[in-house]
Design a protein around this ligand. Structure first.
Ligand code: NAD
Ligand code: MG
Length: 386
């Protein structure tokens, strides 16, 4: 039995993970759940899954949950979240928090030598080098939950053990989002509702907007670089609107291996939680005749500059990806609040990168400082444009 802790339990990935756990009660013991501020939803989940310890990142929400819950313990604030991770004696932590707030808990888990099933790609975007080094130092594994990276993990696993030098290139696919095919000018006046209509995946608000700007694919290129140690010039993105092929691995002999399946996060979540075992997941078997056509096209970096901004920040390295990520979080938040146009997202990120610049990373504190500085700068830029 694995002792499992789920962070971000009230979110899209968190709830689907709870379904995976509920289908395999013999495989998991849930030792804690966390959320940001949705205390009543988290309490409901804790009661339903008989969990006795929870953490809420928002102290006011934690206080209210404490009052309402007499037969369990509520930890409060980011420190409470860190304590939940450090004290749970977990075998596996699923980090399904959204945004750079997920980095702290990833660090705590890896420092304690606990394996992390990582949905929070921002942990690797912001702190890739240090997170990787920490995982290597303590021997704690990072198992990807992101569908493309789960696909790569599955494809690479066998190959890398037998022929480590054979891998030539990795490719992640992108659906292209709801605005695929539009020009930059046509994107000026798109609405929040339009941007939230993802064609193939149902996800939380932030990643859905990241998918519409293609920033999500930029973040995923950085995520793949750190997970698999692949240089950026060997990491490709191809737009594939059907989201049936999730990733490709090209080998030195001209063969390319692909991972296929209907877009359903239950598959990569179950893979990460049960790893190294495989279990049955209630999803339909892939019927390619019924799918009919699989199509592919190059991403349009003119209309969707976020992909280029992410690649440039990735290659610049140091604190640049951290600054990019923080500016993106602020800009997406402002867009979802109706304070910034869709095309303003890329502009805020680009100007924040120019103003804040990139420095060397000495420690995790360098990253927390760069994140805070970038957030302030991006917030000022949003203010000016509003
Ligand atoms: P979501 O918005 O649905 O849920 C986010 C969860 O994080 C919630 O439980 C929320 O309470 C918690 N949270 C938010 N801010 C927090 C903070 N400051 N401190 C602590 N907890 C906080 O998000 P999601 O769509 O489930 O995505 C979660 C992560 O997984 C993201 O990094 C996303 O990129 C990644 N991911 C999601 C999907 C998907 O299908 N949703 C697919 C691939 C990767
Ligand atoms: Mg993905």
């Amino acid at each position: 039995m694995k002792r499992l802790l789920i962070l971000g339990a009230t979110g899209s990935v968190g709830r689907q993970a709870l379904d995976v756990v509920a289908r395999a009660p013999e495989a998991f013991e849930l030792v804690g759940l966390s959320a940001d501020s949705g205390w009543d939803a988290l309490l409901w989940l804790a009661r339903q899954h008989r969990v006795k310890r929870i953490a809420l990142a928002d102290p006011d929400a934690a206080a209210r949950a404490s009052e309402a819950w007499t037969d369990g313990e509520v930890l409060s604030g980011p420190e409470g979240l860190a304590r939940l991770v450090a004290e749970a004696d977990a075998d596996l932590v699923l980090n399904a928090i959204v945004g750079s707030a997920g980095l702290g808990p990833t660090i705590v888990a890896l420092t304690e030598g606990i394996d992390v099933a990582l949905a929070n790609k921002e942990s690797l975007v912001v702190g890739g080098e240090l997170v990787r080094a920490l995982s290597e130092a303590t021997g704690a594994q990072l198992i990807p939950v992101d569908s493309e990276h789960s696909a790569l993990h599955q494809l690479i696993h066998g190959e890398i053990c037998t022929h480590p030098a054979s891998i030539d290139r990795l490719t992640v696919t992108a659906s292209g989002g709801p605005f695929r095919g539009r020009t930059r000018a046509e994107l000026e006046h798109v609405t929040i509702e339009d941007a939230l209509k993802h064609p193939t995946w149902e996800m939380g608000g932030k990643i859905t907007i990241d998918s519409a700007t293609l920033m999500n694919k930029g973040l995923e290129v950085i995520e793949a670089h750190h997970l698999f140690g692949t240089p950026y010039d060997r990491l490709d993105v191809v737009v594939h609107p059907q989201s049936i092929v999730h990733a490709l691995v090209s080998l030195c002999d001209g063969a390319t291996l692909a991972h296929l399946g209907y877009p359903d996060m239950q598959v990569p979540i179950a893979y990460a939680l049960h790893h190294p075992d495989r279990v049955e997941v209630p999803v339909p078997a892939l019927d390619l005749a019924q799918v009919g056509a699989l199509t592919f096209e190059a991403p349009d970096e003119e209309a969707f500059p976020c992909l280029r901004l992410a690649r440039d920040a990735a290659v610049a390295g140091g604190t640049a990806p951290c600054v990019l990520n923080a500016a993106n979080e602020v800009a997406v938040h402002a867009f979802l609040a109706g304070r910034l146009a869709f095309t303003g997202i890329a502009q805020v990120i680009e100007t924040t990168l120019e103003r804040v610049g990139a420095g060397r990373v000495h420690s995790f504190d360098t990253l927390f400082d760069a994140d805070a500085h970038a957030r302030e700068t991006a917030a000022d830029l949003v203010e000016v444009r509003a």
